[in-house]
Ligand binder design. Sequence first.
Ligand code: HEC
Ligand code: HEC
Length: 533
Amino acid sequence: MNKGWLSRLLGSLAVLVPLLFYGHGGSAAFVAATKESADPEVSHLMAKSLKSRQTDVRQAALAWLARDPRAQNKRLIRAVFRTLKDKDPGVRNQALANLGWIYERDFADKTGRRALAAVKKALANPSEHAAALVAVDLLRGSAEKGEYDENQGGAPKEHLLSNPGIQTLVVPLLASRESSLRPELLQVVENSPLLQSLPPVIEAVGEALGDDDLTVRSDAADLLIAIDRKGKPEALAKAHPLLLRALAEGDPNVQIRVSRALNLPVPPRKAAPPVLSLTGEKVSTADVPFDFNYFTAFVQPLFAKKYGGEACVDCHTPQANTTGKFRVMAPKADGHYTVEESRVNFVSVLAVVDRANLEKSKVLLKPLDPRASEGKLQGETHDGGVFWRNQFDPDFRLVDDWLKGAKLDVPPQKQLDFAYFMKHVEPIFSTPGPDGFACINCHSTHAILHLESPETREGSFSIEQMANNYQSAHRVIDESAPGSSFIVRKPTSPREGANGLAHAGGIRWPDKKDSWQYRTLIDWMGKRNLDGQ
Ligand code: HEC
Ligand code: HEC
């Protein structure tokens, strides 16, 4: 967790090294002197550099000062405060980066209060993003030094994070959905046992479980899990219920993390109130053993699917005069249903399901070929015609598996188009990269993006594996920001991530964002299965 420090170091070297080579007047001498760390001379040069008319010299001096405790001299404090009002934003932010040591040094007097006020001001204005990030970086530095360690005994030394005013500012910034500082603040909490012991902070981390960004949601989940494992009793008492709620209501990615950490299954979702079917029966989904998520993702789309020129909904809507009990609503012009319509369709299909003998269900047998030559099942004659050649037809299998109890973790609101997935996304998982490996070769052992080869020995596709892959893919996508989804960021990240993300499988698509795989996945993430979300 030395990232903040390292980037500051690199940042300052990036400024200093060119100065050294191109020799901006006194700055080369300044660099040489700081290297040798001749104290009085350093502060003299530092003072001079802080007053320099060259922006990059002022900035370099401040960057150096922020990271070199030997140079941090009382006499420079006034000059730092002056550069807080510099006309250059880069210089102002580097000045801000110095307020940590100034505060720690003089927290009890006016100087300390002034430093504290400036840090608070930067935190309170997240719209000035660069400055706010510098302030968060100061907090991270404060957390990393870990002065607060009860186990070591002794009075904790005052530092930024031990200030209640700062703590109070952190909470809403972490809790707010709009906050642009959430990802960085989560890291601060991750490094700070002090913040982890504060109930309002833990609650704010709980709020981040619902962030739009998948990475933020997963980080928040992992953080709460860590608190739940090692936290003090009060912290644990706060974190545990949040985890249980996330297990029941969180998105699939969060659910699986929590489920594995707590060793608890994902509980079934709360049942919706009874719905009136199109044939006039009141049915509560809770009384039905069939899975609603699976229905909306895989079964319902078949009713609107065009087989040749015809779809079930051409003949089987309440408006059509077809005899018999099979009624479903027609989708909107774009082929999509709402959740409410799906509930009605779900209970309506039950009219043609034989619960005592599932294989005799008319919804299976009417579209099936009565003269099917493969398999032991044959269809019933159907005025609507034949839709499925035999019982191995993938569409027959989807309905059959559903009736046999197949389930899907992804709730309707989160589901993406399955037909598109089958046709365009699944091939991505099985297409080998330049090294001969495909996603499925490595990911068959993973818990999160768990992929199985859907190719059966007969060369046809296995619906179970397809459904599994579809479900897994949903755990690594971010609907609100497709480009930041793991499903596209991992395969375009190198083995050793320089800043942030790495993928142990390396870069899978040499063309990265220009690859057909990237574009297809981004496209897919824009295709909701249901309407009106
Ligand atoms: C061109 C119109 C048409 C299409 C398209 C059509 N059907 Fe039918 N279906 C009928 C007619 C007419 C009947 C009533 C006569 C019969 O049982 O064959 C019927 C009967 C049924 C029944 C039996 C209802 C009962 O209560 O006995 C089921 C179940 C059924 N169809 C399912 C489907 C499914 C599933 C699809 C789409 C994959 C579909 N049908 C497509 C016209 C159609
Ligand atoms: C050579 C093996 C290998 C290949 C091929 C591979 N990966 Fe991975 N992938 C890994 C390993 C190991 C991890 C776990 C460590 C990590 O996160 O980097 C991983 C992690 C991931 C994750 C994070 C979730 C998880 O399951 O851990 C995603 C998402 C991911 N890979 C996507 C892909 C995609 C998409 C492809 C195909 C385009 C792919 N990977 C191909 C080895 C591979």
